[in-house]
Design a binder for this molecule. Structure first.
Ligand SMILES: Cc1cc2nc3c(=O)[nH]c(=O)nc-3n(C[C@H](O)[C@H](O)[C@H](O)COP(=O)(O)O)c2cc1C
Length: 303
């Protein structure tokens, strides 16, 4: 019997998403009947890590407007696969620029056609918008999305924003001022990826990949906090306006720098002052009347 071929694609600056995909694939490596080709995709010119503040906020327009960057050559061991695992991270409520760039790469578009795909996301906590984009891109590429597993930092939204920016700008995954929690996805959550891998392994053995998302969800680990859903459903439009503004009026280096700095302060005020106030009123005045529709939407995102 020929082996079941999996292509696992990943990109990671800090190694976090690499850890997640490694744990995920671990149960699948224990059998000879599954052949796994693990391929790192990365930009031809790497993004900086740690980031400077300017560089970090400067990637917003191209992330949001889905502007691709050239990737380093991709080499696949086989000409087709039975399943593709696509691991990616959101940048500014959009797929990271390297992940989006895959969809502009002929080798990737060729390999993904007519193939079942499972997406694996390593986010801070906002992955809904980026996954909606990836869903469309996969559909356009003729791929068949059968599952999505999203990992998030489960700390409160504003706390995780502070800690991730500390991590991204310092390169250190430690406790900011010694008092904040560790940035990123917790070690125990990363290790849980192997439980999803076991679910996949069982599905492959019983040749029943369809319906796998319900089995992933049945593990009970995936959730979308209400405040995160509230922000995601509103913020993307604002990001798009900012992205268009910066690319239109930031044609000179200095002009763009000034606009990006203004966006940075806008984001800080929006996230730490405006969003909590607006969410407070929304929660008490509107949510009681709309919670059924909101929860229905949440189930759609999770499915
Ligand atoms: C420029 C940039 C923008 C980001 N924007 C988001 C975002 O919109 N939503 C989110 O949940 N995480 C966001 N993150 C966090 C990443 O999704 C990811 O969790 C983190 O960068 C670590 O991933 P790594 O495996 O690539 O190192 C962002 C990170 C970077 C560097």
């Amino acid at each position: 019997m020929s082996s079941f071929k999996i292509l696992a694609l990943w990109y990671s600056q800090t190694g976090q998403l690499h850890q997640i995909i490694t744990h995920f694939l671990q149960p699948l490596t224990e059998t000879n009947s599954i052949d796994i080709d693990i391929v790192e995709y990365k930009p031809a010119i790497p993004y900086p890590f740690p980031w400077s503040s300017q560089e970090f906020f400067n990637t917003m327009p191209e992330s949001v407007l889905l502007t691709p960057t050239p990737l380093a050559p991709l080499n696949f061991a086989h000409s087709s696969y039975d399943l593709i695992v696509l691991a990616y991270q959101p940048w500014y409520l959009s797929p990271s620029i390297p992940a989006n760039s895959l969809f502009h790469t002929p080798e990737f578009l060729h390999i993904i056609r007519n193939t079942p795909v499972i997406t694996l996301i390593g986010s801070r906590n906002m992955w809904i918008n980026s996954q909606e984009i990836i869903k469309k891109q996969l559909h356009t590429a003729g791929a068949n999305l059968i599952g999505n597993i999203a990992f998030s930092d489960k700390h409160q939204n504003q706390i995780s924003a502070i800690t991730i920016v500390h991590w991204m700008l310092s390169g250190r995954k430690d406790k900011k001022y010694g008092i904040f929690p560790l940035p990123g996805i917790s070690t125990s959550d990363i290790q849980q990826a192997s439980e999803y891998g076991t679910v996949l392994h069982t599905a492959i053995q019983s040749q029943s990949l369809q319906g796998i998302q319900s089995k992933f969800l049945a593990l009970g680990y995936m959730n979308i906090p209400l405040d995160v859903q509230f922000i995601e459903e509103r913020a993307k439009r604002l990001f798009t306006v900012w992205a268009q503004l910066i690319t239109k009026f930031g044609s000179s280096l200095q002009g763009r720098k000034r606009l990006v700095t203004t966006f940075k302060w806008y984001l800080i005020i929006a996230l730490f002052i405006v969003a909590p106030i607006v969410f407070f009123f929304y929660f008490f005045l509107f949510y009681p009347f709309t919670y059924k529709a909101v929860n229905k939407k949440k189930q759609i995102y999770l499915q």
